[in-house]
Design a protein around this ligand. Structure first.
Ligand code: ZN
Length: 86
């Protein structure tokens, strides 16, 4: 079984980038996404908290670990699509 904690920061970003692209391919390029900061032991850093204050398209969504994160090994950011109602 692969050790998920062994992913490098760039591998984490690549993985998130692929998930966002696949999601936008299905839901459409105008779909907005929330950035959900991690809740690991160290908690979300100030960069993650700031990133959670707005929504993004798949192309512009921040990819964790964010630049300047003080704990990039633990930093995991998720994206949640916001589906238009009605
Ligand atoms: Zn962080």
């Amino acid at each position: 079984m692969p050790d998920r904690m062994a992913l490098t920061p760039e591998e984490k970003r690549d993985s998130a980038r692929r998930r966002l692209a696949a999601s936008a391919c299905v839901l459409g390029p105008d779909t907005r996404y929330e950035f959900i900061p991690n809740n690991m032991a160290a908690g979300p850093c100030e960069h993650c908290l700031a990133a959670a204050l707005r929504t993004y398209t798949a192309d512009e969504a921040p990819l964790a670990p964010l630049a300047g994160c003080p704990h990039p090994d633990q930093c995991v950011g998720y994206h949640r699509s916001l589906l238009p109602l009605g």
